[in-house]
Design a protein around this ligand. Structure first.
Ligand code: CO
Ligand code: CO
Length: 365
């Protein structure tokens, strides 16, 4: 299920480009992984038996039990402009915010907008178009917009706090990966590199279009398809700001396993490998700094002495915005799971397997 081609958004040409209002785009703008742990590490531990999942396990969203049948799934995500088309920016922000609920196996039901806009020097129609783009995505997801909060800021920011529901015994977590499971990835990698190239006018149309369509595609179809195959999903997460390596590492750590990925199976956006030089983000560098000690790169293409190895490594640590689901599937149920995904138009790549915990959290061979 896609949201049409990349030029479908209502384009309004402001005097200033939307991405000029952001110092770094999309999920690349989030606080570095290490920084966040340091900031939150000193907080007192919450004690409430109804909290099934909270921030301590680095999962995608919190889960809170209401009664024996129902738990709520809550998450919030907002970021600076990642594309210049305001309608598309709104769509991507919404798809990205909803994604964490889908990654928990939940069904999003309500959303609150979280927004920051400059008080002057911006066409009000641009702001309207951002909200309209977001709303179009919420409608596609069947999610009700209940309200929101907007503040003045020199830097534009937009996104949503989202609430969903899930059965308290049947949510997916990044801690559920089982030894022997097969790993699927439902969207290609490289949105950080491509959107940086777009910002500087260096992205080929094919790369830009593929990334923009992907970022504004909900993870709903993928999550619903996987939900139809009883018992198939072990662990699940969405690949966002901490990169494929970061989110794979967090799943491995939470599940006490090692994820073994095959480099040649990892899907990248068309042309993105060649775009790496000059378009890397600060987020990619901090991801690499934070996660590389748990990652073992053995593929010959990654250990070669030429610059192409460096490009591939940068992509593995590239912060993603509205990325796909990384999901571990019972090996006996991979075929029905892939059929269910294909039937809903989701192209899932088989990227690796889950192994007993070895010296590394993630191995890319
Ligand atoms: Co997430
Ligand atoms: Co998130």
């Amino acid at each position: 299920m896609t949201s049409g081609d990349a030029s479908a958004g209502r384009a309004i040409a402001p005097e200033k480009r939307l991405t000029d209002y952001s110092s770094c785009g999309g999920c690349a703008s989030k606080l570095a992984a290490g920084e966040l742990s340091r900031v939150l590490g000193g907080l007192p531990l919450p004690i409430d038996s109804r909290v099934l999942v909270d921030y301590r396990t680095h999962d995608d969203a919190g889960v809170y039990k209401i009664d024996e049948q129902t738990a709520i799934v809550q998450t919030v995500d907002f970021f600076t402009p990642i594309v210049d088309d305001p309608f598309r920016y709104g769509q991507i922000a919404a798809a990205n915010a909803l994604s964490d609920v889908y990654a928990m196996g939940g069904k999003p039901i309500t959303a609150l907008a979280v927004a920051a806009f400059p008080s002057k020097d911006i066409d009000p129609r641009v702001i309207e178009s951002v909200f309209a783009g977001g709303l179009s995505m919420l409608r596609e997801a069947g999610v009700a917009l209940l309200g929101g909060h907007t503040v003045r800021d020199t830097e534009i920011k937009f996104g949503y706090a989202v609430t969903g529901t899930v059965h308290p015994d049947r949510y997916w977590s990044n801690a559920g990966a089982r030894v022997g499971d097969v790993l699927l990835l439902t969207k290609p990698i490289g949105t950080g590199i491509v959107t940086t190239a777009i910002k500087f006018g260096r992205a080929p149309q094919a790369s830009a279009d593929a990334a923009i369509v992907s970022m504004s595609t909900l993870n709903r179809a993928a999550a619903e398809a996987l939900g139809t195959v009883e018992g198939a999903v072990g662990g699940c997460t969405d690949v966002t700001g901490f990169s494929l390596m970061g989110h794979a590492s967090e799943m491995a750590a939470a599940s006490r396993v090692t994820l073994r990925l095959r480099l040649e199976a990892i899907p990248f956006f068309p042309g993105v490998v060649d775009l790496v030089p000059g378009n890397t983000t600060g987020g990619g560098a901090t991801n690499r700094q934070h996660f590389s000690k748990g990652v073992e790169l053995t593929a010959s293409a990654l250990t070669a002495a030429d610059p192409s190895a460096e490009n591939l490594i940068s992509l593995l640590y590239d912060p993603q915005t509205s990325g796909g689901l990384l999901v571990s599937i019972d090996p006996g149920l991979v075929d029905p799971a892939r059929r269910a995904l294909a039937a809903r138009g989701v192209q899932a790549a088989v990227v690796g397997v889950v192994e007993a915990r070895g010296p590394a959290l993630v191995t890319v061979g």
